[in-house]
Design a protein around this ligand. Structure first.
Ligand SMILES: [Zn+2]
Length: 223
């Protein structure tokens, strides 16, 4: 069954921001995951599920192309306010989404995510979830970073590359306004370990948009 989606996210990524000299060799074009339930991409809940399933499908195929086995996250856990799971003893915080390498899961404040969705559109979900799954990929690749900001910017780049692969494969389609939605959302999502809006934690808005654009235009292998 062919996956579809109403949503979508940016296409007119700022090409000028894309100054990488690394080759874009993103060949993976994920097949839509098999599904048996009601239409996806129509509601908050189904967009969440779709963003997670399609992103993991992409990474599964990308890992497979390299002879590696992608390990899906063990849980995709909604929480409310301060009631989220802890990560290695660190309590989760409200208004946030995060990947926890201890347990290999993603958790998100559902009310906060819902608010972003209602106020900014579905692009919020399609930036935040691929970003967090980008951290799950880094964990599996044992990626090493000197600075936390490098880890965050690569996750943004991965998010851009994941989204463009899904758009190219036809799993997702873009709509007018998606670009602004997406770029705005790059400054609005969260991680538990630091303040998402602090430039030294995640990079400036310009840096984040530039690496997202690089991923989008050149694929995740350029990240
Ligand atoms: Zn992050």
């Amino acid at each position: 069954m062919k996956a579809f989606c109403c949503l979508l996210v940016l296409l007119m990524v700022t090409v000028s921001a894309c100054g990488s000299d690394r080759p874009g060799t993103d060949a993976a074009t994920p097949d839509p995951p098999a599904r048996t339930s009601a239409p996806l991409g129509q509601t908050f809940e189904s967009d969440l599920r779709l963003a997670k399933e399609l992103s993991e499908s992409y990474w599964q195929q990308t890992f497979s192309a390299d002879g590696l086995a992608y390990r899906p996250v063990t849980a995709f856990t909604p929480y409310r306010g301060a009631g989220g799971p802890d990560c290695g003893g660190e309590p989760s915080i409200p208004n946030n989404a995060f990947y926890c390498p201890i347990g290999h899961f993603i958790a998100y404040d559902a009310d906060w995510m819902r608010k972003l969705y209602d106020e900014m559109g579905d692009g919020a979900i399609y930036v935040i979830i691929p970003h967090e799954l980008g951290h799950a990929v880094q964990a599996q690749l044992n990626s090493d970073f000197r600075l936390g900001v490098e880890r965050e910017l690569q996750a943004d780049c991965y998010a851009g590359g994941t989204l463009s692969a899904l758009v190219r494969s036809g799993a997702l389609q873009t709509e007018p306004g998606d670009r602004d939605e997406l770029l705005f959302n790059l400054a609005a999502a969260g991680d538990p370990t630091d303040d998402w809006l602090r430039p030294d934690a995640h990079g400036t808005a310009e840096q984040r948009q530039a690496v997202f654009a690089r991923g989008y235009n050149e694929g995740t292998r350029a990240c």
